[in-house]
Design a protein around this ligand. Sequence first.
Ligand code: PEP
Length: 249
Amino acid sequence: MRKMLIAGNWKMNFAPKKAVKFVDQIKESIDIKERDVVLCVPYVALQPVKDALKGTSVQVGAQNVHYMDDGAYTGEISPAMLDEMEVPYVIVGHSERREKFAESDTTVNLRALRALKHGLCPIICVGETQKQRGAQRTEDVLRKQVKFALDEIKPERAEKVVIAYEPIWAIGTGVTATTAQAEDACAFIRTLLVERFGKEIAQKIRILYGGSVTPKNAAELFSQPNIDGGLVGGASTIPTFDEVVKAGL
Ligand code: PEP
């Protein structure tokens, strides 16, 4: 049985003081045993938020990571650094990184590989544009992104991988994929995982849906057989995040 994972993505919001204030406000309500809950916060808020969450089961995650352990990469943060800080999760290949910071399938794969080497769980984001969906290319796009992202990942590390299906047209737009669209895409991703790692491992890998998840639509989305939780942007930055975390319980 896969344990559901609800990961909040704060994006470039909440400086440390505001972050801690917000966490103090919501931490009790999102500390539940039935699901894994992670807050992916800006780098500068990682330690303060981690400290604020002490005594709860809620974990922190970063929103990106470089693919080298150290070196002349001004401005970057390495998996070794996150490892030392005991940060267990990191988002990799979010569409905003791919689109606005020119991240490619190749660097997404390198980031995921290096994150895994350090014991982090990479939340690897994949998803199509509106135009690609309109042209019925969703499965082609997902196949290519998933194939590249998982290249050279060893089966024994695969269970730590999380895939987030995030149709780009649904991110931050208020337009959510229908439950059928989300489940179909996640089920397709599951078949790709079976091809890549075999059935047993594929059944253990969590696939999240992301894209305008709200307290209203979360329960139905999370009830689907191949949707193992959500990657939640906007709705994770407001006090009602607990309603998403507990949706359908
Ligand atoms: C995201 O940032 O990954 C996301 C899905 O955002 P939102 O929930 O705001 O659409």
